[in-house]
Design a protein around this ligand. Structure first.
Ligand code: NAD
Length: 304
């Protein structure tokens, strides 16, 4: 590639699940010829349907011209064969299931087929970018590109540096992220990066406060929404994410970053009771059959 920060050429997104759908939409809608690859044809059908729904929704809401939506659809193709999707691409975004061996195998197979000097990105949430990069010959051109769900609404992308990632790769990655209308931050490879680490800490601390009877669940959430302008309080967010997921993240951070991430006993108790949050109809709050929060249902200090 001539210009080191050039964002041009074909983009291949490997993995057409929840994240791959959003990522492929972002590139296609931003003017890039985009190939979406998945070994599962049904996942591709679902992803294509999802992308069309986002584009059609944009048209309906008057946010996107009909021609722009149709052009984005035309720029997108789907493939079950990796070698077909990867051939000659300038950027590969790997977003298959969170499995180290799988990610390494896909990158090793695709890397030789990409355009010369192509950038390789992995959307891993928690695996080591350094370890993933060891699977490709030019590990200096591999970076973590951590998107947020739902991709079409969330502006942030965490760029994650592996040990070998070079400065040119960072600069080019920033340009790609900017080209799809998102904002990048740079993070050294570390457990929980910035966002998961901060969110885990906040949710854990909110649970400690609830356990100690510092304030009611409703008031702790209101404090963060009204006092800090957070869109959601940490307890309602934990109910949405799922306390089982929260607990496994906390356990991982506790084992890697130490005592400050020790999971609050109340979280362990809630998970043991099956109160995982919205998905089980009961977390810190209770939810009715329609998924609506039951007023006044916040866990009280007296029933902890
Ligand atoms: P998902 O399960 O929805 O999708 C994964 C896709 O990978 C599936 O469609 C599957 O068929 C496909 N796949 C599996 N093996 C494959 C192969 N050999 N070749 C091609 N495709 C293959 O998962 P997801 O939630 O989209 O997550 C994908 C990645 O993004 C993971 O690394 C995850 O940690 C990361 N991530 C997830 C989120 C989130 O909120 N879900 C946020 C940021 C990052």
């Amino acid at each position: 590639m001539s210009d080191k920060n050039e964002v041009a050429g074909v983009v291949v997104v490997v993995g057409a699940g929840l994240m791959g759908t959003g990522i492929a939409h972002a590139f296609a809608a931003s003017g890039f010829t985009t190939r979406l690859v998945d070994s599962n044809g049904q996942a591709l059908d679902k992803a294509l349907h999802g992308i069309h729904a986002i584009l059609d929704g944009g048209v309906r809401l008057g946010k996107l011209a009909l021609e722009a939506a149709e052009a984005a659809k035309a720029r997108l193709s789907v493939h079950t064969v990796l070698t077909e999707g990867a051939a000659g691409a300038s950027l590969l975004v790997e977003t298959v299931s969170e499995n180290l061996a799988l990610k390494k195998a896909i990158l090793a197979e695709a890397a030789p087929l990409l355009a010369e000097g192509a950038l390789l990105a992995t959307n891993t949430s928690a695996l080591s970018v350094t370890e993933i990069a060891a699977s490709v010959p030019h590990s200096e051109r591999l970076i973590g590109m951590h998107f947020f769900n739902p991709v079409h609404k969330m502006k942030l992308v965490e760029l994650v540096l592996g040990i070998a990632t070079d400065e040119a790769t960072v600069a080019r990655s920033r340009s790609w992220v900017e080209a799809i209308g998102k904002t990048s931050i740079l993070v050294n490879e570390s457990p929980g990066l910035t966002t998961s680490r901060m969110s885990a800490m906040l949710g854990n601390e909110a649970m400690w406060m609830l356990q100690e009877g510092t304030a009611s669940a409703e008031d702790i959430d209101t404090a963060l929404r009204m006092g800090f302008n957070h869109p959601m309080g940490p307890l309602e967010l934990g109910d949405l994410t799922g306390w089982d997921t929260r607990l496994s993240v906390l356990r991982y951070l506790h084992s890697t970053l130490g005592e400050k991430f020790r999971p609050c006993p109340l979280i362990i108790k809630m998970v043991a009771a099956g109160r995982h949050g919205r998905k089980t109809g009961h977390g810190v709050y209770q939810y009715d059959a329609a998924g609506q929060r039951v007023a006044g249902s916040g866990l009280k200090a007296s029933n902890l």
